[in-house]
Write a protein that binds this ligand. Structure first.
Ligand code: MG
Length: 161
């Protein structure tokens, strides 16, 4: 299922290499010797989790149904215009961040507000409904960052013990 999820993201315009630099910029201040490779590994690791895979597939399915006009009103219009008061896109994606502890929600909130790199571009792709997708990317990166923060602490504690 992981490969299907990666392909689905790619079909919708998001590749792993688009998320790596966002994660790098987010974590670099806390992990000075961080590498792009470690960022990529962390993103691939969170994509291994079934809850994350299910969330991504669900969000993208709703975007695609809205794009094809296959949802009923008023939901169709809400998704098509990415109504700021809808909020279910954020709730769904936020769940991914918190799988790795509460630090995930802080990271998610930051990414959702600043919208670095591809996250901003997805918000403004003409003719596409990406109401869920931009939040899903925030959620994936937030989860990867949180995983990395916990992992980094584990390594440090092992070194000192
Ligand atoms: Mg959204």
């Amino acid at each position: 299922m992981k490969q299907q999820v990666i392909k689905k993201l790619k079909d919708r315009g998001v590749e792993i290499k688009d998320m790596v630099p966002i994660l790098y910029d987010l974590q670099k201040p806390y992990i000075p010797d961080l590498t792009m490779k470690e960022c990529e590994e962390s993103i691939l690791a969170v994509l291994d989790k079934r809850e994350i895979q299910h969330t991504i597939l669900t969000g993208i399915a709703l975007d695609e149904l809205a794009e094809k006009g296959m949802l009923e009103e008023p939901l169709l219009s809400i998704l098509r215009k990415d109504d700021g008061l809808y909020g279910i896109d954020e709730i769904l994606a936020l769940g991914m961040g918190t799988l790795y502890g509460t630090i995930g929600s802080t990271n998610f909130g930051y990414l959702d507000k600043v919208k670095p790199g591809i996250i901003k571009n997805l918000d403004t792709t003409p003719g596409r409904v990406n109401t869920f997708l931009d939040d899903l990317v925030c959620g994936i990166v937030a989860a990867a960052a949180s995983r990395m923060a916990h992992h980094n602490r584990d390594v440090k504690e092992k070194e000192t013990n």
